[in-house]
Design a protein around this ligand. Structure first.
Ligand code: GLC
Length: 570
């Protein structure tokens, strides 16, 4: 079916972008050398890639990935088009929450290697122009961290007030009704000192007391320590939960129970307290002194809230992660349009994420079970061509699927055991990277800590590198384009045909360069008349397109679940 384009005259967009400037900059307080005339910083032009180190590449064949493994794959990452890697926690840890329980912030877990291995990774990455971002677990430490061991040793210990200790309400009664996000009460009784300590996550992850200035200073110092070692920034874990109500008001309770059998609670007093912004401003100050970047795990789909994380004059997080996309789990042009418009209107530079180590992979969330490869390309065509910085998740580029355990006894993620069968945990999205079709997907010669999915035979780096039609080949093409095309890097986002229920289309305009992106979210071929002639253009020259997607005159034909990215010619 051929439909008419509903776009406003392109001339109007072009004039507007010339008048208003083509893109938002990082804000007044941004440190560092801009990379272009718009004042953009390196991270605004970069493509980020999250590595879950346990599962990326195993250099010593013990079944668990490591830093040397990551170093050995830097050429792959460079070739793919990655400019920065965010490594999920690789610090010493009892691994209760697979590294998100840190027992020493200034070292590397022996399972992953040594500080010397980190330095090698860092210098090799630098040689290739790849930045390293570490995952900073700011809300809590491990219960094995020396600060906590001292804190629990006595009520008068030096570090007692570094964590949150309170008396119970009465015998065997915790201080209030707050529950931990991973199940059960958020308070654990410690008989030695006859008080409870607070943990938003597992009991082995006691919350640090950010109201104590010594804690803040110590944590700021941790970032300084790593900046000196060459890192370019941090992904701040669970920032929402840094502060809680000092008066410990009970949270309101809603009807029903959650997957852990706990009452459903409204997180009124234990998350998103305004004090977090002061802490973030402090961290940002240290970051600016070191030309770094802060990414935040900001669980919000609300733009007003997102704006608060950018801070006034952009003095908090440069990249609060936008989780809006991860809430649209269907191919709905209308929903995506709404989210993109909202993010595009935010007060800072957008950050786009479609998958990570805490949620089912995008391959399955959007896939229909039959056209998943096409749909994986479609999603790449979307989040890699928007105005903003994308953060990829390892394996997304080869179409890795979520493979949850099928038996409770195989579950590694503790929440999958406590919540089984409703909550199967996060093992499914953390399976080993699929490098080739050999045993264990080329990840390790030993049995991997999580089984390699059967799809390693069909979806792996080696095979897909040879196939020009693979998901990997498509990612590479789009990433190559986005690194060199000024309109994709810096151009404004202009939505088109806002009532189209099948094709999501938009322009990226930079000065007189205009790129048209048309994404067919339906299972039928679509022909869209973009009225190019009327808008002063002769045609759309294909830059990257899937299969039969093409353009002729005013009309762009997009195959089922297809992508068309074209340069508009005068
Ligand atoms: C974040 C991490 C998640 C972890 C939790 C506790 O949400 O992404 O993996 O379990 O924080 O640190």
């Amino acid at each position: 079916m051929q439909r008419k384009s509903s776009w406003i005259l392109v001339c109007a967009f072009l004039c507007l972008s010339l008048l208003t400037g083509t893109a938002q900059t990082a804000g007044k307080t941004t440190a560092g050398k801009p990379v272009d005339a718009e004042g953009h910083q390196w991270w605004q032009h970069a493509v980020f890639y999250e590595i879950y180190p346990r599962s990326f590449a195993d250099s010593n064949d013990d079944g668990v990935g490591d830093l040397k493994g990551i170093t050995s794959k830097l050429d792959y990452l460079k070739d793919l088009g990655v400019d920065a890697i965010w490594i999920s926690p690789c610090f010493p840890s009892p691994q209760v929450d697979f590294g998100y329980d840190v027992s020493d912030y200034e070292n590397i877990d022996p399972m992953y290697g040594t500080l010397a291995d980190f330095d090698t990774l860092s210098s090799e990455a630098k040689k290739r122009g790849i930045h390293i971002i570490l995952d900073f677990v700011v809300n809590h430490s491990s219960d094995q961290h020396k600060w906590f061991l001292d804190s629990k040793s006595s009520r008068t210990a030096e570090h007692r007030d570094w964590y949150i200790w309170r008396d119970g309400k009465g015998p065997s009664q915790p201080p209030n009704n707050w529950t931990a996000i991973f199940g059960g009460s958020a308070w654990k009784f410690d008989p030695a000192t006859n008080q409870y300590y607070y943990h938003y996550f597992y009991a082995e992850q006691p919350d640090l007391n950010w109201r104590n200035p010594a804690v803040k200073d110590a944590m700021f110092d941790v970032t300084r320590w790593w900046y000196k070692r060459g890192v370019s920034g941090f992904r701040l874990d669970a920032v929402d939960t840094l502060f809680e109500d000092p008066n410990l008001h009970d949270n309101p309770i809603r009807p029903g129970t959650n997957v852990f059998g706990d009452p459903v609670e409204e997180s009124k007093y234990d998350t998103k307290l305004p004090e977090v912004h002061e802490a973030l401003r402090g961290l940002r100050k240290v970051t600016d002194e070191n030309n770094g970047v802060l990414i935040g795990e900001t669980w919000t789909a609300d733009i007003a809230e997102l704006n608060k994380y950018y801070g006034e004059g952009n003095n908090e997080l440069q990249m609060p992660m936008d989780f809006l996309f991860t809430t649209v789990n269907k191919l709905s042009p209308a929903d995506f349009r709404k989210q993109i418009a909202a993010v595009d209107s935010a007060s800072g530079w957008p950050t786009f994420v479609i998958s990570n180590h805490d949620m089912a992979r995008s391959y399955d969330r959007y896939g229909d079970g039959q056209h998943n490869d096409q749909i994986a390309k479609l999603m790449a065509g979307l989040y890699l061509t928007l105005r903003g910085t994308p953060i990829m998740y390892y394996g997304e580029e080869i179409g890795m699927k979520t493979t949850p355990p099928t038996r409770k006894e195989d579950v590694k993620d503790p929440i999958g055991r406590t919540g089984w069968p409703k909550e199967k945990g996060r093992d499914g999205e953390r399976t080993p990277m699929q490098w080739d079709e050999s045993e264990n997907g080329g990840f390790s010669k030993a049995a991997p800590w999580l089984p390699v999915p059967a799809t390693a035979k069909t979806h792996n780096v080696a095979d897909e590198s040879k196939d020009p039609e693979s998901v990997l080949a498509f990612y590479k093409k789009v990433l190559k384009l986005r690194h060199t095309n000024k309109a994709l890097l810096d151009g404004s986002y202009v939505p088109l045909n806002e009532n189209d229920q099948n094709v999501l289309s938009y322009l990226r305009t930079y000065k007189d360069q205009v790129v048209l992106v048309a994404l067919n979210m339906s299972g039928a071929e679509q022909k869209v008349n973009f009225e190019l002639g009327k808008n002063g253009f002769s045609s759309a020259k294909s830059l990257v397109a899937t299969g039969k997607s093409s353009s002729k005159g005013d009309v762009v034909t997009v195959e089922p679940y297809g992508v068309f990215i074209g340069q508009l010619l005068k």
